[in-house]
Ligand binder design. Sequence first.
Ligand SMILES: [Zn+2]
Length: 64
Amino acid sequence: MSALTCVYCRQQPIDSQWHPFCSERCRMADLGRWLQGDYRVPGPSVAPDQEPSDEDAPPGSFDS
Ligand SMILES: [Zn+2]
């Protein structure tokens, strides 16, 4: 049975301490890649409270 290799670099044997990676470096690298792929940063943040409001209407005109 061949030794398992790091799931990230696939070159170094897995270290039980960082299973299934060979080192903390690969572990963090893979984690970073996973996070970036899953949770995409949506560029500039957009304010979520931009609903049109009727209260924006001008004050009633008094044409008496
Ligand atoms: Zn590795």
